[in-house]
Design a protein around this ligand. Structure first.
Ligand code: B12
Ligand code: SF4
Length: 439
C-alpha cells in the first residue's frame, strides 16, 4: 500500500521564531519502519501551524499521529484541509489518542484509532482495515452502526529488539542530526530510544506505560554503529522517559557501547543511580545526566508522588560530580499547593548545590491531559479541563513552554504562584544564564 504518515512538527515553543528544531518523532519513525519492512511504500509529512494542507491524493492509507494534546488542533486542521482521492483508510494514534480515543475519532472523523503501542496493530490495519472489519484487531477503537467500540488492549511487545531501526531516512538529516544539543558541546549527535515506559507514579507526568521494555546492549550498539556510519555522529542523547531504572539492563547497554567512544546524555531519577552505576555510565561515555528534581520542598515532592527527598537530590548530585558526569536538572514550579515557602525551599536547595549543577531547565506546572492531576480536577481545584461544562475545546493550551495560565486554586493562590515563580526564575537565570532548554 501507499501510506502517508502525518505528524505535527512543533518547534520549541519558547524559541518558535528561531525555528529551533526539537528531536525526531520516534513513534511514527518506528511505525514507518515496520510498514516499510512489510513492503508498504511510506512517506512522512510534517504539519505545523499555518502549514497544514497536504495533497494526499496518491495514498491508499493515511496515518495521522497526535503525539501530544497541544498538537491536536494542528492535526485536526491537517485532517480537514488536506486533499484525498477515493476512500483512503484514515487512521489516528499517538499519546493524545491513547487518552481520548472516542473523542478523537469523533473530532477527526477517521475510520479507526490505534490505542497504545501500535507497530503490530498498524500492519494488521493495513492488511484488513479496508474491509472495515476492525473488531478482530487488538488495540483499536472505531465507531460502527452500534456506536463507539474498543477492542481488547494489545499486549506490549515482549522484546522490542525485534523492531527495525526507526526509519530516519524518511526525514531530512537536519531533523535528525544536531550540533548544539549535547551538554553544551558542539558534538555532532543524534537522538535514540533504548527503552519504553516508566514504572513511577509522578502525578504531573503523562507517561502512561508503566511496564518497562528495554532494548539489549547489542541492539543499542547496532543502532549506534548505523548512526556513526551513515550520519557520522560523535555523540547521542537517550530521550527515553526514564532510561536509568533497571541497573542490569543499563549496564548491558554500557558494556556493549563503551568501545564506540561516543559522548552521550540520558534522563534519570535521582534515586535510581548509585556510585557503581554512575561509574559504568561515565566509562561508557555518558557526560551528562538530566535529573528530574522538580522541587526542593518535601511537601511538594510528596504531593507530586515523586517519592524522593531533598537529601536524595543532594547525594546524587554529589555522586554524579564524583563520577565526573555533569548534572542538568529539571524543576517544575507551580504544582498545586506551591507557595512562597515551598519556592524558597527550592531556591535554598539550588543555592546549596550550585557548584554541582551544570544546567537548569525551569518549567511552570501545566496539568497535562492524561496525568493524575488533570484526571482529578476536584481534588486539586484545577479549572478548565474537558470535564468542565464550560470547556473551551482548546487542547493547544497544554504546552509547557513559559505557560503562565491560571490552572488551579483561587486568584490569591495564582498571585502567590506568579510572585514566587518570578523569584525562582530570577535566581535560576542569574546563576545559570544559558536559556532554559528542554533537552
Ligand atoms: C520524545 C518526546 C518529545 C519529543 C518528540 C515528540 C514527537 N513528535 O514524538 C519533543 C521534544 C519534540 C516533544 C515535544 C513535545 N512534547 Co513530548 N514527549 C516525548 C516522549 C518523552 C517520548 C515520545 C516517544 O517517542 N515515545 C515512543 C514512541 C514509540 O511512542 P509513541 O510516540 O506514543 O508512539 C506509539 C503509539 O502512540 C502509536 N502511535 C503514534 N502515532 C500513531 C499514529 C497511528 C495512525 C497509529 C495507529 C498509532 C500511532 O504507535 C507508536 C509506536 O508504538 C513522551 C513521553 C511518552 N511516554 O510518550 C513525551 C510526551 C508525549 N510529550 C508531551 C508534551 C506535553 C510535549 C509538548 C507539548 C511540550 C511543549 N513543547 O509544550 C511538545 C509537543 C510536540 C509534538 N509535536 O507533539 C507529553 C504529552 C502529554 C499530553 N497529554 O499532551 C508527554 C507524554 C510527556 C509526559 N511524560 O508527560 N516530546
Ligand atoms: S516524571 Fe519521570 S519518573 Fe516520574 S513518571 Fe514521568 S518519566 Fe517516570
Amino acid at each position: 500500500m501507499n501510506v502517508a504518515v502525518v505528524y505535527p512538527e512543533v518547534y520549541d515553543l519558547a524559541r518558535f521564531k528561531e525555528k529551533r528544531k526539537e528531536f525526531p518523532p520516534f513513534g511514527i519513525l518506528y511505525l514507518s519502519a515496520v510498514m516499510e519492512q512489510a513492503g508498504h511504500r511510506v512517506r512522512v509529512f510534517k504539519v505545523s501551524p499555518g502549514n497544514e494542507s497536504l495533497d494526499l491524493r496518491e495514498f491508499d492509507a493515511v496515518a495521522f499521529s497526535v503525539p501530544s494534546s497541544a498538537t491536536f488542533g494542528v492535526v485536526k486542521r491537517a485532517r480537514f484541509s488536506s486533499q484525498y482521492s477515493g476512500d483512503p483508510l484514515l487512521m489516528i494514534g499517538g499519546v493524545h489518542v491513547n487518552f481520548y480515543p472516542e473523542k478523537s475519532l469523533e473530532d477527526l472523523q477517521v475510520h479507526v484509532a490505534g490505542v497504545g503501542e501500535s507497530e503490530e496493530t498498524i500492519l494488521e490495519l493495513l492488511d484488513r482495515g479496508k474491509t472495515g472489519n476492525f473488531g478482530s484487531i487488538r488495540g483499536v477503537a472505531y465507531t460502527d452502526k452500534n456506536g463507539f467500540a474498543k477492542t481488547e488492549p494489545r499486549l506490549l511487545l515482549k522484546d522490542i529488539d525485534v523492531l527495525p531501526l526507526p526509519a530516519r531516512h524518511l526525514l531530512p538529516p537536519d531533523d535528525l542530526i544536531m550540533t548544539d544539543r549535547l551538554a553544551e558541546t558542539e558534538v555532532r549527535m543524534a537522538h535514540v530510544m533504548f527503552s519504553r515506559g516508566c514504572p513511577f507514579p509522578c502525578r504531573f507526568c503523562a507517561a502512561a506505560q508503566t511496564r518497562m521494555q528495554y532494548r539489549s546492549g547489542a541492539s543499542a550498539r547496532q543502532e549506534l554503529i548505523h548512526l556513526i556510519e551513515n550520519y557520522k555522529i560523535g555523540g547521542f542523547a537517550v530521550v527515553d522517559d526514564n532510561f536509568v531504572v533497571n541497573k542490569r539492563k543499563v549496564a548491558d547497554v554500557c558494556n556493549q557501547i563503551r568501545d564506540l567512544n561516543l559522548r552521550w546524555s540520558a534522563l534519570s531519577r535521582v534515586d535510581t543511580v548509585d556510585e557503581e552505576l554512575l561509574k559504568q555510565l561515565r566509562d561508557a561515555g555518558c557526560i551528562e545526566i538530566k535529573f528530574g528534581v522538580e522541587s526542593g520542598s518535601q511537601r511538594i515532592l510528596n504531593a507530586m508522588h515523586k517519592n524522593i527527598t531533598p537529601d536524595d537530590i543532594r547525594n546524587t548530585l554529589h555522586l554524579a560530580r564524583q563520577a565526573n558526569i555533569n548534572s542538568k536538572i529539571f524543576i517544575i514550579h507551580g504544582y498545586p499547593g506551591e507557595n512562597m515557602e515551598s519556592t524558597t525551599e527550592t531556591i535554598r536547595l539550588l543555592e546549596g548545590q550550585r557548584s554541582l549543577i551544570s544546567r537548569v531547565s525551569l518549567f511552570r506546572f501545566v496539568p497535562l491531559p492524561g496525568t493524575h492531576v488533570y484526571n482529578h480536577p476536584e481534588q486539586f481545584n484545577v479549572h478548565g479541563t474537558d470535564r468542565d461544562p464550560n470547556w473551551s475545546g482548546e487542547w493547544e493550551r497544554y504546552h509547557i513552554h513559559h505557560n503562565d495560565q491560571h490552572w488551579w486554586g483561587s486568584e490569591a493562590d495564582f498571585d502567590e504562584v506568579n510572585r514566587s515563580y518570578a523569584a525562582l526564575n530570577e535566581f535560576v537565570t542569574a546563576n545559570w544564564p544559558s536559556p532554559h532548554q528542554t533537552n
